[in-house]
Design a protein around this ligand. Structure first.
Ligand code: CP
Ligand code: NVA
Length: 308
């Protein structure tokens, strides 16, 4: 990494104060829409590289850069032949000569790390196999808007211990929230990420729990979170995963074991009828669309943070 420049590859790199600072900026720019007062990205260009499909991430980053006075450029990984036509390192070394920011959605987390290592400009992880930090920040912004700040938060993630789960877990421990993941016994969290989160939780005085008992885990939840059982790139495992995860659906029965005012969220896209029923996703418990909206605001705040 070039000394002095900042990247956002995972929330593990951010301090609690930095996360709170980003969330504060996110609220400010939300109220300044459409055009943010802050001009730090004015007349700058940001390139977006996507190896996988996207609706929310692509539109919110493109809009965020435009509303910060900058110029978004969208590239599909196929167009540039990421790691095929040219090495990731060479692409990074070229991009830094023209633009000011790289936003990348890649299969392997190693790819965004390489983009960051071989360029002198900030790199933002727009989802990898390991992390989805912008989603977790949008979740935090939404939670702060919805509940009393003094609430002792207990977030319960139900389903696959995937990129979104990892980022929500890191966010929770950084903010001192209790976190439980409920998953099938054969799909437990990434050991190294879990270890790091357990250590942060200890220093923050909160808990991280791995459970396989969905009804018991949701008993004192503030918010339930879920995501697809088959992430992009795992399509060959779809049928097996459908079988393995079917007892872990967020449905009315699960909600009936949770507090009456429990919130429910999902990063979207949802596979309705698999990890969550429409009845729950479209209910008054759901904050999924508010969270989707906040992707725009929190990502503006991330860009401001990286350029400040
Ligand atoms: N939640 C999310 O990142 O959505 P997209 O895959 O549509 O960008
Ligand atoms: N876990 C999902 C998140 C999509 C936003 C995936 O990686 O496909």
């Amino acid at each position: 990494m070039v000394s002095g420049k900042k990247d956002l590859l995972s929330l593990l790199e951010l301090t609690t104060d930095e996360i709170n600072g980003i969330l504060l900026t996110a609220q400010q720019v939300k109220h300044q829409r459409p055009i943010a007062d802050v001009r730090i990205f004015n007349n700058k260009s940001g390139v977006m590289i996507f190896e996988k499909p996207s609706l929310r991430t692509r539109i919110t980053f493109e809009t965020a850069m435009y509303e910060l006075g900058g110029h978004p450029i969208n590239l599909s990984a196929d167009t540039i032949g990421l790691g095929k036509r040219e090495t990731v390192a060479d692409i990074a070394r070229n991009l830094e000569r023209w633009v000011h920011l790289i936003i990348a959605r890649t299969f392997s987390h190693v790819t965004v790390k390489k983009l960051a290592e071989f360029s002198s400009i900030p790199v933002i992880n727009a989802l990898t196999d390991l992390f989805h930090p912008c989603q977790a920040l949008a979740f935090a912004q939404t939670l702060h808007e919805t509940i009393d700040r003094r609430t002792n938060v207990h977030a319960v993630f139900i389903g696959d211990c995937n990129n979104v789960c990892n980022s929500i877990m890191v966010l929770c421990v950084k903010l001192g929230y209790d976190f439980t993941v409920v998953c099938p016994p054969q799909y437990t969290p990434h050991p190294q990420i879990l270890k790091e989160c357990l250590s942060i939780a200890q220093s923050k005085g909160c808990t991280v729990t791995v459970s396989h008992d969905i009804f018991n885990a949701v008993k004192n939840a503030t918010v339930l979170y879920t995501d697809v059982w088959t992430s992009m790139g795992q399509e060959a495992e779809t049928e097996r995963r459908r079988r393995d995860f079917s007892p872990y659906q967020v449905n009315r029965a699960v909600l009936s074991h949770a507090p009456a005012d429990v919130l429910v969220s999902h990063c979207l896209p949802a596979h309705r009828g698999e990890e969550i029923t429409s009845e729950v996703l479209d209910s008054e418990h759901s904050i999924a669309l508010e969270e989707a909206e906040n992707r725009l605001h929190v990502q503006k705040a991330v860009i401001v943070h990286l350029f400040s």
